[in-house]
Design a protein around this ligand. Structure first.
Ligand code: GAL
Length: 825
């Protein structure tokens, strides 16, 4: 996070932009995005790093790039990894020139993540390598640079199939920066800000800054740190001089006070910036900006306290892919995901099961969502044949330390997780690795506790893994929360992974069926439990959390559907080679309350009814049951109000009271009795079907507070396009997400339509991807057409760097064409 606040001049170099400034004669140069104009070839290229290699025919592209999302889906690719081509050897190359006047500078290349097994070369020289695709890293490439001449950086990747239990993506899928530093500067991740004492009157801000002297002489270095608030008002300045020996680094600690601090909180993301200016003899040689928040966190056996107030985790676990955009990181797509999660009522994220993109943490900082930052899904015991276990001994310490160094300034991050469902739980000496990793976390950061997600109960307790960490996460064990408290009176714990219910948006089975439907490869959205054997309905967790208020809350599996692990279709056994294609074409998850493209399923509203307080009511299923006239259709309502009345064609089917009138949900496992579970979280009616209107009215204290109406849709006649944002930035990155609906004459969604929709995009933008949330569809995300799935699809539009307008035209057979114009500015 480096940027200049001094009047920047923009210099155009031969192939990169350098923003720089002149103060007191020394030019300070900021970090440069190094994302454009890479060359790509997915092939084994002998000496792909060679300077004189002819790369003129290679494909030109910008990163972040995920080659696997380009497809095609193929059942020769493992469905566990998304059925996409995530493996193989590939090369990226980039030519660039640095002006001769930079010859005294230190040049570094920083990658936020390369998926994976990457090797980096500059001008034919091997510079370094990184196995773990989720780790950010930087190499000093000064010795290999030829100033004033053409340079070539080459990156070789060798990702393997079944290196993860989900879709990892493949490629330089996160951002790249080129850094031109003075020899005296703040190195990568060189600041560490914490707020040890906070009251409403004042906060102590502790800033540790590392200063690097890469010259051959000792240097007297002057550091000036300024704290500014969101309106750029200076809150304090601290100055310090320190001597740093040649070729070495030193850390300097400053304590500053911010009076009347605006605290960072859930949904109230007040942020500050610390601007670190490094000077030598009055000349600025580096300037570094760190965004941070002022807040306190406390974990007690009674709960989690943020700024002294108890907060229950209404959390979501998320994998890192962005649906149709694949793993290639995009700020807006990430922000949209978390905004949708917030709308559902989520206040917490667990970055399962690996370090997230830096963008994800920025988003959580800026939206006010707390984060568990997780390092690993495997230690030394493998879950998949090419998983992290192969690299644990060599890389675990570095990957963990780097994650913490990278992420420690984010106010959103509240815990470090050392692992998920680590198989060492079952081993007598598994605690030793837990202790080693736990100690590393505390060594890097004493301001946050550690955690892990344990699914073996009681083995993880008996084998003392749980005893090693500060806050114990238990996966899928609501039936044991009482027992855990009883046997461990002082333990601080929470549901680190819960529910794993599965369903398909818009798909309903009547009569209700609780079996895995192998004809459709879809799961009924009545959500009365079809899942893997460890899954259970959200209701059961709500109940367990209520009965065990000492649990800090829950993290549902997952917030968004993700690519790969298409449970309940496909294989289930992690210990085999995990060939998951038995139920092909299923290739994406069905777990989440939100589908792969971001459309809420019914379950979204079940969570909303429990996690939010603005009055809401939701009704399901759709009301198009042609041929079933007179037959019974179950109707469900989810609300946070007291009671709901159902009307069919204006006739009341009676009021149901929340907490009193119960709905049957099925349990299969998990310490609960197999059979029927009576849920107080849903209201339901059995209704003889007649077409027309289905309406729910919700009341609190006898007063109407919310209502929703569904109508039987007529014939599909038109397309409607609804953009999440009608104006986007003209920066070549910003996105508009367009919901594409197939509607009848009156504008009702046609809930069964599967019309093929074609898109034409003109003006200052292009079609970045399409999708429809069908986890069993083999349609490409990259064509300019897609079928509607239960009436809906999504078109993702990316603006160019030109200001102007983008016109999207959507056509379909026998449907009136729709056009929409959005602006880029
Ligand atoms: C958990 C696991 C997750 C995911 C989930 C599916 O056991 O930690 O990564 O596989 O099951 O239900």
């Amino acid at each position: 996070m480096k940027a200049l606040k001094l009047t920047p001049l923009i210099f155009l170099f031969i192939s990169i932009f350098i923003s720089s400034c002149q103060e007191n004669g020394v030019e300070v140069i900021a970090d440069q995005e190094f994302n454009k104009d890479w060359l790509f070839l997915k092939d084994t290229v002998p000496n792909g790093e060679a300077i004189n290699l002819d790369d003129s025919t290679w494909r030109k592209l910008d990163v972040p790039h995920d080659w696997a999302i380009e497809g095609p889906f193929n059942n020769k690719n493992n469905a566990r990894n998304g059925g996409l081509p995530i493996d193989g050897i590939a090369w990226y190359r980039k030519h660039f020139t640095l002006e001769a006047k930079n010859k005294n500078k230190q040049v570094a290349i920083e990658f936020d993540g390369v998926m994976d097994n990457s090797k980096i070369y500059v001008n034919g020289n091997f510079v370094g390598e990184r196995h773990y695709g989720y780790s950010g890293f930087e190499f000093d490439i000064t010795p290999y640079i030829k100033f004033g001449e053409d340079n070539i950086i080459a990156v070789k990747l060798a990702p393997e199939v079944l290196s993860e239990r989900w879709y990892p993506g493949a490629g330089i899928y996160r951002n790249v920066r080129l850094k031109l530093n003075e020899k005296v500067h703040i190195p990568q991740w060189g600041t560490f800000i914490s707020t040890p004492e906070v009251t409403s009157e004042k906060a102590t801000v502790t800033i540790k800054t590392t200063l690097k002297n890469a010259t051959d002489k000792p240097q007297e270095i002057f550091l000036e740190t300024t704290i500014i608030d969101a309106s750029n008002k200076t809150m304090g300045i601290s100055t310090e001089t320190i001597e740093v020996a040649n070729d070495s680094e030193k850390q300097l600690t400053q304590h500053m006070t911010v009076v009347n601090p605006s605290l960072w909180d859930i949904g109230k993301p007040n942020l500050y910036k610390a601007i670190s200016r490094v000077k030598i003899k009055d000349q600025i040689v580096d300037e570094f900006e760190t965004e941070f928040g002022i807040r306190t966190i406390e974990f007690k056996k009674e709960g989690f306290f943020l700024n002294g107030k108890a907060v229950e985790f209404n959390g979501v676990c998320m994998h890192h892919d962005l649906g149709p955009l694949g793993a290639a990181v995009n700020y807006r797509a990430t922000e949209r995901q978390m905004q949708i999660m917030q709308e559902m009522g989520a206040n917490a994220l667990r970055t399962s099961h690996n370090p997230p993109s830096p963008e994800m943490l920025q988003v959580c900082d800026r939206l006010g969502i707390v984060v568990i930052d997780e390092a690993f899904d495997e230690w030394k015991e493998p879950k998949v044949p090419n998983g992290y276990s192969k690299y644990f001994d060599q890389w675990a310490e570095k990957d963990l330390r780097d994650m913490i160094k990278r992420d420690r300034n984010h106010p959103s991050v509240i815990m470090w997780s050392i692992g998920n469902e680590i198989l060492e739980q079952g081993k007598k000496d598994g605690w030793k690795i837990a202790k080693m990793l736990n100690d590393i976390c505390h060594d890097e950061d004493d301001s946050r506790p550690t955690t892990a997600g344990f699914n073996y109960y009681p083995a993880s307790f008996v084998n003392q893994l749980a005893a090693q960490i500060d806050v114990v996460g238990v996966n899928y064990k609501p039936a044991y929360y009482g027992e855990i408290r009883e046997q461990n009176p002082d333990m601080i714990f929470y549901g680190s992974e819960t529910s794993s219910q599965t369903s398909t948006r818009g798909f309903y089975e009547v009569p209700q069926d609780f079996h895995v439907n192998k004809e459709t490869n879809q799961v009924s959205s009545y959500d009365v439990t079809v899942g893997p054997p460890w899954a259970y309905a959200p209701d059961i967790e709500f109940d367990a959390q209520e009965k065990n208020p000492h649990s800090l809350g829950e993290f549902i599996w997952t917030g968004f559907d993700y690519l790969g692990e298409p449970t309940p279709y496909g294989g289930r056994d992690n210990s085999t080679n995990g060939y998951w294609n038995d139920d092909w074409p299923s290739h994406a998850s069905y777990f989440a309350p939100v589908d792969l493209v971001g459309f809420p399923k019914d379950r979204f509203y079940l969570y909303q009814s429990q996690w939010t307080s603005t009055p809401m009511v939701h009704v399901l299923p759709h009301w198009n049951w042609e041929g079933k006239e007179g037959q019974t259709i179950p109707v469900y309502a989810y609300t946070n109000a007291d009671e709901v009345e159902l009307f069919v064609n204006g006739i009341s089917f009676g009021k149901k009271v929340k907490g009193k009138d119960l709905t049957d949900v099925f349990t299969e496992y998990n310490g609960f009795k197999k059979g029927i579970y009576k849920s107080k979280y849903r209201l339901s009616w059995q209704v003889p079907y007649q077409p027309g209107s289905l309406k729910v009215v919700a009341y609190t204290n006898g007063k109407q507070v919310a209502s929703k109406e569904l109508k039987t849709a007529g014939k599909p006649t038109k397309i409607s396009l609804v953009a999440d944002r009608n104006t986007i930035k003209a920066d070549g990155k910003d996105l508009s997400f367009i919901t594409v609906r197939v509607e009848d004459e009156e504008g009702n969604l046609c809930p069964k339509s599967d019309n093929l929709i074609k898109f034409k995009v003109e003006g200052s933008g292009n079609l970045a991807a399409v999708g429809n949330g069908n986890s069993a569809s083999l349609e490409s995300f990259q064509e300019n057409y897609i079928k509607s799935f239960f009436g809906k699809s999504l078109a993702i539009i990316k603006g160019t760097e030109n200001k102007g307008e983008i016109t999207i035209t959507a056509t379909g057979e026998n449907l009136a064409t729709a056009t929409l114009t959005i602006k880029t500015e």
